[in-house]
Design a protein around this ligand. Sequence first.
Ligand code: SF4
Length: 604
Amino acid sequence: MIGGYYEKILDIDLSTKSIKEINLEEEVLRKFLGGRGLGAWYLWKRVRRGEDALGPGNVICLMTGPLTGLPLGRTALVSKNPLTNGIAHSTAGGNFHQELKFAGYDGLLITGKAEKPVYVLINDDEVEIKDASALWGLSTHETIEKLKKIHNDPLLRSICIGPAGEHMIRYACVVTEYWCVYGRSGLGAVFGSKNLKAIAVRGRKGFPIKDKSKLKEALNIWMSFLQKQAATVRSIRARFEEPYLVTLFGKIGQQGVKNNQEAYSPEAWRLGSFQHDLRHWVRHWSCFGCPIHDKQIGVVRYGPYAGTMVVGPGYEPTSALGPLCDLFDAEALMYFVDLADEYGFDAVGLGRVIAFAMELYQRGILTRDDLDGIDLRWGDPKGMKEIIEKIVKREGIGDILAEGVKRASEKIGKNASRYAIHIKGQEIIGRDLRSDPEAALGEATANRGADHLQGTTREEQFSAALVDSLCLCFYHAVFRRCYEHVNLYSKILNLITGWRTSPDELMKVGERVWNLERCFNVREGLTRADDTLPYRLFYEEVPSGPTKGSKIDREEFERWLDRYYEERGWDKQTGIPTSEKLRELGLEEVDEEISQIRVKFSKK
Ligand code: SF4
């Protein structure tokens, strides 16, 4: 037995109701580790080219990592992305991941489509597909609570979708307990397309390791590392520090306001940490076993939104549902962040879509009639609430906006695409990138579409893929500086698994996963032309504030892309990984398929 793994995953077909176990090979585990990497491998093997992301042929890969179950783990969801048609991946903490590992599984593959709404129930070795008609239509937190009641088990842990996922809103997310979300990539829509409401798990087998002394040693090393990290992470995150970024970016001219028509916001402090700290903070909360304990629970205590309770809110939902929509009312913001979670929306996607619709209304591209009578003025909570209700039910204009800004702009026409702020079809977070070209390049080249978490350099991007494959929390690794801790990861991994994996080999795993994801995108038709930025970032200067006059120089951007591909061993013309690179990474099987695409390009 390899420590850290049960060496098996579940293979569930919702169409045929079949449930099987697949044994994992050590060679595959060493190559991809788990989480995002193992998910990408199964996605590559299982999903045929051109498969509809919202069709039964798409696969949901839910994977743990070798360290999941220790006080540091998460799970990763990987699938085909309904926004970009490329790869989708997202990780979440909370307290679901350890339960899946303790039930004796390293992950799940879910394919097909159930005839009626269902959920998957895993109770150690008992795995069932259950009728979810009593859950369909419920909000995410209602679903999680109801599942506990149905099974009379307060320790049953679940991930689920809300009404947004049920209606296949392309930017729907998957939610787990206490506001932890698999936010980006439209994974909630993929669940909805399969009539899959939830996955509920109860595990009692514990963490898989034979030599308990090694486990103790690994935990001692890890905990003393986390104690040191805690001060840094807490200084960033604790006591609503994260929304401080809204204040900071607003001041320095890097906060998108009114769908990035502006980037300077002296008003942003109204949503900043100090306001939350003073008015909303109740207590801290933590994912399973994490000593950093940095999640902040806040409650709105007075006014029309009194009683609203959320964790955070983090920078991303704050900036998207706040300044992007010109909303600077902290209590209204808390309400919309909570609503997004309850309905199961990715708050970034939702905020960006509302801001896009507001700008089209401002410019007369969408009229009040087009908006089904909604007066969608900047910063007006009433209009925001009304448009969210339309979107979540796919009613009228809501049906178009449910498709995300890229597809909606194509349907609306009238030059609306100039105001659609996305990369590869996935909406960009609220930050304004025009004065930070390095970050813009990172977002443009990320495999899942617009993505502020992957960094730009080789070290940053490969170590981000590594951290997600080990299923570690980004905050433990202090964001993009994960590569500084690879020695530590290899030490812990070797103690747990019994392997002798060097830090260099681990970084190779990150590079392999990054290349495999790129190849998945290439097979789906994405190329260099998709590694680009929205019109506004190239052609409209920031109009005021400290970054006034900034925009991304298009020609220079193309030169950066050349260098980016060269550094990774990819072809400059197409952005396709070379045969040498794929073979160096042990991806021969992938190279065979990609070589046919290279031939097509060379004939063009
Ligand atoms: S650092 Fe925060 S987000 Fe990460 S595992 Fe700990 S409590 Fe969860």
